[in-house]
Design a protein around this ligand. Structure first.
Ligand code: NAI
Length: 333
């Protein structure tokens, strides 16, 4: 029978943590044949919340769950860790400037990267969920010099799934009938959800939209004026309607991100460390269309990028560059 996989979740006492733990323990992330050991990292104020979740995990009597440990010490949380979901982050408080937010998160993701470097397993894979996710991943990777940087990713699968949801409603097809959609750039309002390579039942999405909406101009207008702002602004829409941020959908996306990286996929979106693909400066953690052969996510190369896409990708990458420069100015990188 397969060996037990050690999974560390930071911020495990928070909302996304609560939506993640039970699905991971039920086998939805790694498969119904892979036992898991959970390590839950919290700050001291969050430890009771995580301990409560651990009690409930016991009460589920999951056959795959081998062990649960709650701690506020990063070194023991990452001991032997093979999959790290870095969820806990410092949210933007009232009146907090972007520089303050980046600094507060650098003081979380720097030490966590260092702790991963010191104690994680050789095959560790890390996904950052806590915002600003791309730059937090950059900081964690930079703080873990012995871990190959392609092991660090940031979550844009929620944006990818949101885009699939919108397209599937507009085209009246199932989400799994749409393929080759891409999220480029930062997990922020500047992201570019790109349908230019996407297919619906093997037909270009652009053609299907033009047929449905009455022409190419109408399709282009819908993409710019409806689809793109809806996807990029979905987090705010959820807060406004639900009165609370995206939690279950974020946890679902994190599970699918890890599942597909481990099981392999021919196409999804994830933020990975750029090697200069598509002109994105090397070292930035940027969302791209990616594939996996069961190891790490790799950028799908060679796609044609038209002027509209180029402009939008460049704008989001410029934001990533400014976040990186702000972190550098703090002396973190
Ligand atoms: P939450 O506030 O309910 O939970 C966060 C938890 O992290 C808290 O329990 C807190 O005590 C803990 N925490 C804070 N600093 C920590 C540290 N240094 N070490 C360990 N734990 C720490 O927030 P929620 O709703 O669970 O969201 C978590 C993060 O996920 C937020 O940053 C949010 O912006 C982000 N997010 C990212 C999405 C994405 O698509 N990338 C989507 C939705 C949310």
């Amino acid at each position: 029978s397969p060996a037990t996989t050690t999974v560390t979740i930071t911020g495990a006492g928070g909302q996304i943590g609560y939506a993640l733990l039970f699905r991971i323990a039920a086998g939805e992330m790694l498969g119904a044949d892979r036992p898991v050991r959970l390590r839950l990292l919290e700050i001291p104020q969050g430890v009771r919340g995580a301990e409560g979740a651990a009690l409930e995990l016991q009460d589920c009597a999951f056959p795959l769950l081998r062990d649960v440990e709650v701690t506020d010490d990063p070194s023991s949380a990452f001991e032997g860790c093979q999959i790290a979901l870095l969820v806990g982050a410092r949210p933007r408080g009232p009146g907090m400037e972007r520089g303050d937010l980046l600094a507060a998160n650098a003081s979380i993701f720097g030490p966590q990267g260092a702790a991963l470097n010191a104690t994680a397993a050789d095959d560790v894979r890390v996904v950052v969920v806590g915002n600003p996710a791309n730059t937090n991943a950059l900081i964690a990777a930079a703080s873990a010099p012995d871990i190959p940087s392609d092991r660090f990713t940031a979550l844009t699968r929620l944006d990818h799934n949101r885009a699939l949801g919108q397209l599937s409603a507009a085209l009246e097809v199932r989400p799994d009938e749409i393929d080759r959609l891409a999220i480029w750039g930062n997990h922020s309002a500047t992201q570019f959800p790109d349908v230019s390579h996407a297919l619906v039942r093997s037909e270009p999405v652009a053609d299907a939209l033009a047929t449905r909406l009455g022409g190419r101009a109408q399709a282009a207008a819908w993409l710019d004026d409806v689809f793109l702002p809806r996807v990029a602004g979905r987090g705010a829409e959820i807060i406004e309607v639900r009165g609370s941020s995206s939690v279950a959908s974020a946890a679902n996306a994190a599970i699918e991100h890890v599942r597909d990286e481990q099981a392999g996929t021919s196409w999804t979106s994830a933020a990975v460390v750029s090697r200069g693909e598509y002109g994105v400066p090397e070292g930035l953690v940027c969302s791209f269309p990616v594939s996996s052969d069961g190891g790490d996510y790799r950028v799908i190369e060679g796609l044609p990028i038209d002027d509209r896409a180029r402009t939008r990708i460049d704008a989001s990458v410029a934001e990533l560059v400014s976040e990186r420069d702000a972190v550098r100015a703090l002396g973190v990188l």
